[in-house]
Design a protein around this ligand. Sequence first.
Ligand SMILES: O=C(O)CCC(=O)C(=O)O
Ligand SMILES: [Fe+2]
Length: 347
Amino acid sequence: MTNMVNAPQAVTTAVSKDELFIPLIDFSLFLNGTDEDKKAAANGMVDGFKNAGFIYIKNHGVPQPSIDRVFAESALFFARPKDQKNTLAWTTPQSNRGYVSHGREKVTQLADPSLIQALRNTNPDLKESFEIGRDNVPGLPNHWPEHLDEEGKVFTETMKAFFETCKGLHIEVMRAIGLGMGLEMGFFDKFTSGGDNTLRLLHYPAVKKDVFVKNRDQVRAGKHTDYGSITLLFQDDRGGLQVRSPQGTFVNATPIPGTIVINAGDLLARWSNCRIKSTEHQVVEPPIAPDHDEYPARYSCAYFCNPNFEQYIEALPGTYQSEEDKKFPGILSGDYLVQRLQSTYTA
Ligand SMILES: O=C(O)CCC(=O)C(=O)O
Ligand SMILES: [Fe+2]
């Protein structure tokens, strides 16, 4: 008889509040378990994406020292002088690579550029970021700092390696989603092989407490949904990420050491014919105010995954019975992303 007490559990709870239930999945059971383990982990993941749009995973196979190195390199990068960072500036939605300074991006659901501009002026996001795309794409170079100095070279090597690590995890997570949705486990492989993903390093600088007191609408990152298929989110231990609950409240997605938060994006919601949810989230000041007058800086790292840009995305098998059940027309993955990015940024 197996010892049920010591058997690892595929699914436990990460967050439970206001009807928002975000599961914590032991991903090693999917990666290395029996067929039964794989199925239990995969089902738990898909349930999480259907109900909350968010899951946490542990034992995910990404070595903690690599994650620590990415955070350390990211902090060194953002500490560079503004002028230097601006030489690496983000340019176009088609490229979606480079440095984005405070207030330039305002993630929002609004499509009207004048409304986005008005919002950006009143409540700028208190953050800066650096976007890294698939390397060696002709005509769309990454804006690496490797020519700047030795540190720039180390940063570049670290991020290139981490991009590949996350690309591997994306492939595995989509295999789990395939299994959990009753598709073949390899169903998504032809959509994930290219790695048309974006690694975004984020820095939310230290901010005076009274900024949030004077303006109650001030946030570190405005509420939004992500655009692509899934996002792998690595957060530090500061806290501040919040997820919209079915009751409409924003609930803390508290950092859990050793875990990665994964959320479904709009394109996966569309692809799954709305079986899977893409849930609004935001970043606010940490839940507990410090004794002194300032909230410390927060760092995070989001790996935005997309189906290969040349793939045509339409309702997945099993999510409709007849053509009329399809809620959206098909679209090329790359066209969808560029459309969404175009309304997010102004030059
Ligand atoms: O910094 C975070 O924890 C979340 C960032 C985020 O949601 C995004 O960049 O889309
Ligand atoms: Fe996001």
